[in-house]
Design a protein around this ligand. Structure first.
Ligand SMILES: Cc1ncc(COP(=O)(O)O)c(C=O)c1O
Length: 328
């Protein structure tokens, strides 16, 4: 969250607006709806699958477009190359949270992303050793082309206006600095990222495919499934490896709780992409403080169970879910 808040404290100012999908991680939604609004920054929620909505929402006070590459927990995939064309024309930087798909299978710069934010708590740390985040400035945006951003101070040569402001002002003033011991732990995680990711993603795909036809499952969510409306864009952007998160919708909230109580291998936790498999009921946890209207806007359903697949044997995870579904 520090990566996200620092980015927007560097870019946004009173009277400016941000165009974003409403389908966001809970704290990002809350940061936009509550924190930034108190500083006079407007957030305009649009359906990012509809290019016309993005075009119409942008005006002369738009300082950024924001989306999650794959939304958590809806698992929608943003068609970034298509959105990038609109933003280039309008002079608006594209800021994308790529936490759900790591660098080994996704090239953000090639898709037109100007600023990438990542929660390194997840895939990068590996094993949930530490919390952290990074901001990647690809140096692709001309900050002088947007009147809301051109006031950022002149940087030394070789550094963008955004990164200069971030380093010399925002990070220091807000005090959000990664400690050296956290950086060391996360560097260790980085060394095994690709191997862990490939295995976790393959297991998640197998489980989502297997349980999509289970009689007690109303719907399985995973971008790699033939039934996903995001399969084509996911195949194009992620070289066939769309991540370790999948979801199952059951018939009711009570069924979700019965099911989760019966799981033995999946552990109940809010983190993602730990080496251990995790499960959560987002509506009653991450989004518990949201009003019904906020849940509707954020697209949060009470029948959805979210899984983060770890490194255990696929067969053990399959048996665990199978047995827990029997308890419903
Ligand atoms: C997509 C996404 N972005 C940001 C965050 C925030 O990450 P952190 O808990 O490391 O601040 C999360 C956490 O789950 C997330 O899923």
């Amino acid at each position: 969250m520090a990566a996200i808040t620092n980015t927007f404290f560097a870019i946004a100012s009173a009277g400016s607006n941000i165009v974003s999908s409403p389908h966001l991680f809970g704290n990002t939604f809350s940061f936009f709806r509550s924190t930034l609004v108190a500083f006079g920054v407007e957030v305009r929620f649009v359906d990012t699958d509809d290019p016309a909505q993005i075009t119409d929402a942008i005006d002369e006070n738009t300082c950024a477009f924001f989306a999650e590459l794959v939304t958590n927990p809806h698992l929608e995939v943003a068609d970034l190359p298509a959105i990038s064309k609109i933003l280039r024309e309008k002079g608006v930087p594209m800021i994308v949270d790529t936490t759900l798909i790591p660098w080994c299978v996704f090239d953000a710069k090639a898709c037109g992303v100007d600023i990438e934010v990542v929660s390194t708590t997840k895939y990068i740390s590996g094993g949930a050793t530490s919390t952290g985040g990074v901001i990647v400035d690809y140096g692709t945006f001309d900050w002088m082309c947007n009147k809301r951003l051109a006031t950022m101070p002149q940087p030394p040569s070789g550094v963008s206006r955004f990164t200069h402001k971030l380093r010399s002002e925002i990070v220091r003033n807000l005090g959000t600095v990664m400690t050296p011991d956290t950086a060391a732990m996360q560097t260790l995680g980085l060394e095994t990222l690709q191997v862990r990711y490939e295995r976790m993603s393959a297991t998640a795909h197998e489980l989502a495919r297997h349980f999509s036809s289970h009689p007690k499952v109303v719907r399985a969510g995973y971008p790699g499934l033939e039934t996903s409306p995001y399969k084509a864009v996911s195949d194009a952007l992620f070289t066939g490896n769309p991540g370790a998160m999948f979801t199952l919708d059951l018939a009711s909230k009570a069924d979700c709780f019965r099911f989760m109580d019966a799981l033995r291998v999946f552990r109940r936790a809010t983190n993602l992409f730990d080496n251990k498999s995790l499960v959560i009921h987002p509506e009653s946890t991450i989004y518990a403080t949201f009003t019904p209207e906020m849940k509707r806007t954020a697209g949060i359903e009470e029948t959805l169970v979210r899984f983060s697949v770890g490194l255990e044997a696929a067969e053990d995870l399959k048996n665990d879910i199978e047995r827990a579904l029997d308890a419903v």
